[in-house]
Design a protein around this ligand. Structure first.
Ligand code: G3H
Ligand code: 13P
Ligand code: ZN
Length: 331
């Protein structure tokens, strides 16, 4: 059963110069769409649960949905990852559930909203690394803050990552991957004008941390066609804008190995459900709208797995275990 530490997926992606998509999951249909897309494209996979998702699903349901996906697809290397952990406690909970990777977002205070200071970030991140590595579990940290407040994660202000801090942060904390802020934000309204990312900052970070896996949050592309479906069938999402796929593809060779996507799956699912409701109002069996919703998410993610370069890499390597990484960290 190749449930692998995320570190291995990212190290392999570095070797192959591609990125692994990290897809948020909240329910069975999303889980199936994600794993079936990975199976169809033979892609290594990061499935991630936010604190909100774990609360929504009452922890153990989501854990078993993830494990079901792994069990059904033993040839796909999968990492189970906690998205935006806010404390040592949240990391311990995820690790207790069997997650092979955790994010500690120390760029924000425990409320998940207030931007923290550097010393706080180093301290909380280091405490999570010590606990996680003793269990063989991977840790993602974050420096700089994303914008976007509509999903309850983010300060609402963008503080672009300071490249002068990255080496010190990685050395002091021991993190395995670093989320950087280069102008992306969570949600469907990322830019008021044309999309613009700080590629100069990303390139400088890549120079200071050669070969080190970087992470891009807020990387949904908010495709016009998906927004159009939502709006056509009664939605109201004017001026929704995301990160163009070309920009993500420009970021990958600069060291981005994990690309976080949630909003696009939400859009695909909601559009498909709205369409069924409007076109066939007589239907009331949830399977009649959840099946097309699941298919829409799957098709979307098949495209992303190809575009991120993940497709075809599932069989490249022999999956390692948490025990293997426990020894590596200890040694
Ligand atoms: O970090 C943002 C993800 O889109 C998760 O969002 O906290 O609403 O589950 P959520
Ligand atoms: P999007 O809102 O762009 O999908 O970003 C998701 C994310 O960063 C989850 O951590
Ligand atoms: Zn995020």
């Amino acid at each position: 059963m190749p449930l692998v530490p995320m570190k291995q997926l990212l190290e392999e992606a570095t070797k192959g110069n591609y990125a692994v998509g990290a897809y948020n999951v909240n329910n069975m249909e999303q889980m199936q769409a994600i794993i079936w897309a990975a199976k169809e494209t033979q892609s290594p996979l990061i499935i991630q649960a936010s604190r909100g998702a774990l609360k929504y699903s009452s922890l153990v349901y989501l854990k078993h949905l993830m494990l079901a996906a792994v069990e059904e697809n033993p040839e796909i290397p999968v990492a189970m990852h906690l998205d935006h952990g806010n404390s040592l406690e949240s990391a311990k909970t995820a690790i207790g559930l069997g997650f092979t990777s955790v994010m500690i977002d120390g760029s924000l205070e425990e409320d998940g909203k207030t931007a923290s200071d550097y010393e706080y970030n180093v301290k909380v991140t280091k405490s999570v690394v010590e606990y996680a590595h003793a269990n063989g579990v991977t840790v993602e940290g974050e420096l700089g803050t994303l914008g976007g407040i509509e999903d309850g994660v983010g300060s609402g202000q963008i503080h672009v990552t300071d490249p002068a801090q990255v080496q010190d942060f990685v050395e002091k904390t021991g993190v395995d991957a670093l989320a950087v802020a280069i102008g992306t934000s969570h949600g469907a309204y990322k830019f008021k004008e044309e999309p613009k990312l700080a590629f100069d900052v990303l390139a400088e970070i890549g120079k200071r941390l050669p070969g080190f896996p970087l992470v891009m949050h807020g990387s949904s592309s908010v495709p016009e066609e998906l927004v159009a479906i939502v709006n056509k069938y009664g939605g109201n999402m004017p001026n929704a804008k995301g990160v163009p796929m070309k920009a993500i593809q420009q970021a990958i060779p600069l060291g981005v190995r994990k690309v976080n996507v949630d909003t696009d799956s939400r859009l695909a699912m909601t559009g498909a459900i709205r369409k069924v409701f409007v076109e066939t109002p007589e239907k009331f069996d949830p399977r009649d709208y959840l099946k097309p919703a699941r298919e829409a998410v799957k098709q979307l993610l098949v495209g992303k797995m190809k575009d991120f370069g993940t497709a075809g890499h599932a069989g490249d390597y022999k999956p390692k275990s948490l025990e293997d990484y426990k020894k590596l960290y200890a040694g």
